[in-house]
Design a protein around this ligand. Structure first.
Ligand SMILES: [Zn+2]
Length: 195
């Protein structure tokens, strides 16, 4: 039972899984060792071994630079700034953004004591200052912290001379990108406005 308890405790730490759903997930795995449990265990070990942070954009991939940074067909004039990798994935799922990304690794938060030096901001300014980048799209969440972060970045980016835009219509106030449907996110991206 000790192994099962440990499995349930670990599962319960995942977002969206409370103790009850963790128990259900564990039971489902135990019932299907060949089709779920063992393949999942292998996938977890493989992923833990292979995944690394991209030194350019801060996303995660099995290679560094990541597939997006290494792709010569991506538009290198547009840089889309997101808080987390989940936001990058959400925008990629829409298939409507041809440019490249920069993952901050969080958002500014006075409450949580997160300042500019805790995020990938210095590397963003450096990237934005390069000749090829002409537009930085701020796709931080429309939460209080996300907005604060966008305002801060707008100020910091002024010295680079790039056009700074922000996601507009469609994203509800307080909304998090990862929870939006593809259509809403696509509309928000298209309707971005200059700051
Ligand atoms: Zn990258």
């Amino acid at each position: 039972m000790q192994q099962i308890e440990r499995l349930i405790q670990l599962l319960a730490r995942l977002p969206g899984l409370g103790p009850r759903s963790a128990r259900r997930a564990a039971l489902q795995m135990i019932k299907k060792p060949d089709t779920i449990m063992e393949p999942l265990a292998r996938a977890l070990v493989d992923a833990a071994d292979a995944i690394q942070a991209c030194g350019t954009c801060g996303s995660i991939d099995t290679r560094n630079p990541c597939a997006i940074c290494a792709d010569p067909d991506r538009d290198s004039t547009q840089l889309c700034v997101v808080e987390e990798v989940a936001d990058l994935w959400a925008i990629e799922r829409t298939g409507s953004f041809p440019g490249r990304y920069h993952v901050l690794g969080g958002r500014l938060s006075a409450l949580d004591g997160i300042g500019p030096e805790d995020l990938n901001i210095a590397s963003l300014i450096t990237r934005a200052a390069t000749q090829e980048v002409t537009e930085v799209i701020l796709a931080t969440n429309l939460t209080v912290d996300g907005q604060t972060t966008a305002h801060y970045l707008t100020e910091r980016l002024k010295s680079t001379g790039v056009a700074v835009t922000r996601l507009a219509h469609g994203v509800p106030v307080g909304g998090e990108l990862d929870y939006l449907d593809d259509g809403t996110l696509t509309a928000a991206l298209r309707a971005r406005r200059a700051l």
